[in-house]
Design a protein around this ligand. Structure first.
Ligand SMILES: NCc1[nH]cc(CCC(=O)O)c1CC(=O)O
Length: 309
């Protein structure tokens, strides 16, 4: 049976690209789909880092209200912006195949971090990117940079920064791949949990929508990002914790690497942990096995001195 589906989305160019991508996938299955564009608090408060104004939930609350009052059926999110625990009554119905999860170095004049002069200014408001950059180049001056991708690129082009760090996935989706000087190595600029993946949220009581969306679920991506999110959940991670987690799945082995940095940005060394397990993605409990692996890696971080919230 086909349905008419309304997608709630933020109105940044990246959010609209992602919503239109989901629209297209659903239309290929015979559904008719329209978009409901919305502005969220996260889009409006631009003068402060997210870690100060209340974090990830800010980008999705208005969309959840639209789901609850029936003005939309599904909400499309960058998974990275979705809190670990959704409010009561909401669930993630599916995870789409992940784009490049790596962070990208973007700079008009400098090929890489190694080419930056002593004390150069790098733009990012992410605590994770800040501690990872400081570990690579303690001399750099990290300055805040917020706004959607176009805004951040404009600020870079105005000359306020020698370079900035952005998610490769967003740049590629918006046709801005040429702005990427190089993608950072996964083991030194480890991405945020879920980076590059798209998650679709529904009201938990809508089994009909769950069935429709389950056909869009990409299981290998789902187990990887559930493992990554397992780390964040166990650490009580939010944007106020410098936490990185990246999982890979190859030949039935799920491997994860997580990094924790001091949120006070003291020059304490980063804490790393790794773990792996064999995983049959077709097992009914594959996602909870993946989450458990993430939990295990988080406990290793904690046993080495990382502070959970
Ligand atoms: N925090 C904002 C945000 N949320 C998702 C992406 C990029 C796309 C993705 O990770 O899926 C970005 C921009 C960035 O981090 O550069």
């Amino acid at each position: 049976m086909t349905s008419h589906l309304i997608i709630a989305t933020r109105e940044s160019r990246l959010a609209l690209w992602q919503a239109n991508h989901v629209k297209h996938l659903l239309e290929m299955q015979g559904h008719t789909v329209s978009l409901l564009g919305m502005t969220t608090q996260g889009d409006q408060i631009l003068d402060q880092p997210l870690s100060k104004v209340g974090g990830k939930g800010l980008f999705i609350k208005e969309l959840e209200v639209a789901l609850a009052d029936g003005s939309a059926h599904i909400a499309v999110h960058s998974l990275k912006d979705v809190p670990m625990d959704l409010p009561e009554g909401y669930q993630l119905a599916c995870i789409l195949e992940r784009e490049d999860p790596r962070d990208a170095w973007v700079s008009p004049h400098f090929e890489s971090l190694a080419h930056l002069p002593e004390g150069a200014v790098v733009g990012t408001s992410s605590l994770r990117r800040t501690v990872l950059l400081q570990a690579l180049r303690p001399d750099l001056k990290i300055e805040p940079l917020r706004g959607n991708l176009d805004t951040r690129l404009r600020k870079l082009d105005e000359g306020q920064y020698a370079g900035i760090v952005l998610a490769s996935a967003g740049l590629k989706r918006l046709g801005l791949k040429d702005r990427i000087r190089h993608a950072f190595a996964l083991d030194t600029m480890t991405p945020a949990a879920g980076q590059g993946a798209i998650g679709i949220e529904i009201c938990a009581d809508r089994q009909d929508l769950h069935r429709i969306l389950s056909s869009l679920n990409h299981l290998p991506t789902a187990v990887q990002v559930y493992a990554e999110r397992g780390v964040s959940r166990t650490m009580g991670g939010s944007c106020s914790m410098p936490l990185a987690a990246h999982a890979t799945l190859a030949s039935g082995q799920l491997s994860i690497h997580a990094t924790w940095g001091d949120p006070q940005l003291k020059n304490t060394p980063l804490i790393h942990a790794r773990a792996q397990c064999t995983l049959d993605t077709s097992a009914p409990d594959a996602l909870s096995q993946a989450t458990d692996l993430g939990k295990r890696v988080a406990q290793q971080l904690i046993s080495q001195g990382a502070l959970a919230h």
